[in-house]
Design a protein around this ligand. Structure first.
Ligand code: FES
Ligand code: FE2
Length: 328
């Protein structure tokens, strides 16, 4: 009998929260991820924070009407104040009250490459890998980010499995040749995938290279180069909202000098967006087979799934193979 299988849709890892320039000093905003409510805010020193939304007093959602006061956030209902560590810092009408055990949970947050990423682990385990610094963000040879986002009713591993699914580039996206997977190597939470294609260009057929490094489930850094003609790189950053709902965010940069055809770099930005827009209806409607009927020539689908399984914490620890444990 054929069944569908789900890896944990709420895998642990660094996940995209927002762009840095979308959160001003003093701003407070509700934020949803992993079927939970959070409050996202930036203090007046410029430090961003993501913490549990509901005030420990009577449960007000701090994302609606919470106010930044210096480096604290103040609840609108009765004025309790919390600092960036989540600790209750003041109950203004009750100066003698003990403040311990009145705080809120916070998620580790990093601000890097113009983006905010937070660390999710359902049992509060500390981050065990880091996100890379992307030097090209500071390099004048490269454009600033082109931003594109899709809301898709699916799970993170469907999105990322696309990276190793080498045959779909030809059949779904119309890439000239069948792709060759030159490398698919996992090292703990990191997965490196190199794919080569042949691309039709106005100068004839050119070799194309897609190098992807996944840092955990929700962050991929992709470099896409066509010979010496053109190059882009992009971050594929996922925000999981619910069990079957996520946002896929692409932050794309085009190489505008140091290549023969900067215009083609810009075209590649649009090409990457076009390709994902073709994937979306597939993701939206597809089933997921636990044991897919693979054929010679398919990409390393099962290798990807074994790598993906490590991010599924069950009963407080990381399981070796939840493919066998979780059935729907
Ligand atoms: S509910 Fe937040 S201070 Fe009362
Ligand atoms: Fe695709």
């Amino acid at each position: 009998m054929t069944t569908t299988t789900q890896l944990n849709p709420f895998a642990c890892g660094w996940f995209q929260v927002d762009y840095s320039d979308q959160l001003r000093r003093g701003e407070v905003r509700p934020f949803q991820a992993f079927d939970r409510e959070f409050v996202l805010w930036r203090d007046e020193d410029g430090n961003p924070h993501l913490m549990d939304a509901f005030c420990r007093h009577l449960g007000t959602h701090l994302g609606y009407g919470g106010r930044v006061q210096g480096n604290r956030i103040q609840c609108p209902f009765h004025g309790w104040c919390f600092d960036g560590s989540g600790a209750c810092a003041e109950i203004p009408y009750s100066p003698e009250a003990r403040l311990e055990n009145r705080g809120l949970g916070t998620l580790p947050l990093v601000e890097r490459n113009g983006l905010l990423f937070a660390w999710w682990h359902p049992h509060g385990k500390a981050p065990d890998y880091a996100l890379p610094v992307i030097d090209e963000c500071q390099d004048s040879q490269w454009s600033r980010y082109y931003r594109h986002a899709w809301t898709v009713p699916t799970v993170w591993y469907e999105i990322q499995e696309n990276i190793v699914d080498s045959t779909h580039f030809h059949y779904l996206h119309g890439v000239n040749s069948l792709a060759e997977v030159k490398r698919c190597d996992g090292d703990g939470p990191i997965l490196d995938v190199d794919i080569h294609h042949q691309f039709k260009t106005p100068d004839g057929v050119c070799p194309g290279f897609i190098q992807t490094t996944l840092y955990g489930p929700y962050f991929a850094l992709v470099r896409f180069r066509i010979g010496d003609l053109a190059e882009i790189l992009f971050i594929d950053g996922i925000t999981v909202r619910g069990e079957r709902e996520l946002e896929l965010n692409f932050s794309l940069m085009a190489r505008l000098s140091g290549v023969q055809s900067p215009d083609m770099s810009l075209e590649l930005v649009n090409e990457a967006i076009r390709q994902v827009s073709e994937d979306v209806p597939i993701w939206r409607h597809k089933a997921r087979w636990e044991r897919p009927s693979l054929a010679a020539g398919d990409g390393p689908i099962m290798k990807f799934r074994r790598w993906a399984a490590q991010f599924t914490p069950i009963a407080g620890k990381t399981t070796a193979n939840p493919l066998e444990l979780i059935h729907v």
